[in-house]
Design a protein around this ligand. Structure first.
Ligand SMILES: CC(C)(COP(=O)(O)OP(=O)(O)OC[C@H]1O[C@@H](n2cnc3c(N)ncnc32)[C@H](O)[C@@H]1OP(=O)(O)O)[C@@H](O)C(=O)NCCC(=O)NCCS
Length: 227
């Protein structure tokens, strides 16, 4: 069966409950070598859980049952993080994938059309003035100041999700992404002063923080959530 939906987002609150395979033979050689980069056991588990979830979403979408035929890499030759790159049977696919972890929680966004998608779990975002002045623009601070506790993680999550969707070869710099307006599930933003295409958003907050998803769109439809 092939799923026609162009976008999927999956959120898992407790990744320790995922039925991850007992061996690593669902990973390619390059993926295993990327996993070796991580020594910390929590980070290794996050990497594995994100890969497993993402591969399952892609495998259903493109009707491939063997997860080892799908390769997802997110490090460059210098070991720096990059937007996840997808290959199937060794051939690069121009679909868009984004992954975020926070503790045991995982958020994955997948767009088979290749339209940009970015996700972020914004947890424990500092609320103090120094942090706000360093990373938020004056208009972002005005918006945040109405309800700082609720709005700080929203803007932070949007910035990071937008960076993941649209970032280039520059390093992550929260001040480089500015959220110019955010209304009715639509966000207008700029990267280093350059206006980006309009994004639709899906945002959910609780007392721990915010899950933010952005995807490039021409309409304002909700993303399909399968969790
Ligand atoms: C993007 C970034 C800020 C997210 O950090 P974080 O909030 O601690 O972590 P999150 O859990 O939300 O996101 C991590 C995931 O983001 C993805 N990611 C990493 N770098 C990314 C980038 N440049 N663009 C898009 N996605 C990226 C990866 O899939 C990673 O998960 P994985 O390693 O398990 O595959 C951080 O990974 C980063 O600084 N990356 C950029 C590194 C860099 O400067 N690279 C050179 C330019 S490309």
């Amino acid at each position: 069966m092939t799923f026609a939906a162009p976008r999927f987002v999956r959120y898992v609150a407790d990744a320790s409950r995922l039925p991850l395979p007992g061996t690593l033979n669902w990973l390619t050689v390059a993926e295993r070598s990327e996993l070796d980069f991580w020594k910390n056991s929590i980070r290794r588990t996050q990497w594995l859980s994100g890969r497993w979830l993402a591969k399952r979403m892609i495998s259903r979408s493109v009707t491939i049952s063997q997860l080892s035929r799908i390769e997802i890499l997110s490090r460059d030759a210098n070991g720096l993080g990059t937007r996840p790159r997808i290959a199937i049977d060794g051939k690069r696919r121009h679909a868009s994938l984004s992954i975020s972890h926070a503790g045991q929680s995982i958020l994955v966004g997948w767009s088979r059309s290749g339209r940009r998608i970015g996700v972020d779990l914004a947890v424990d975002v500092p609320q103090n003035k120094t942090f706000h002045t360093a990373w938020f623009s004056a208009s972002e601070r005005d918006w945040i100041d109405v309800q700082p506790k609720q709005r700080t993680p929203i803007i932070w999550g949007l910035k990071e999700a937008i960076f993941k969707a649209c970032g280039d070869t520059h390093k992550w710099n929260p001040a480089a992404v500015t959220v110019d307006s955010f209304d009715h599930n639509l966000v207008r933003a700029a990267l280093r002063g350059k206006r980006l295409p309009r994004f639709s958003t899906w945002i959910r907050s609780n007392h721990n923080g915010t899950a933010a998803v952005v995807w490039q769109t021409q309409d304002n439809t909700e993303v399909a959530l399968c969790s």
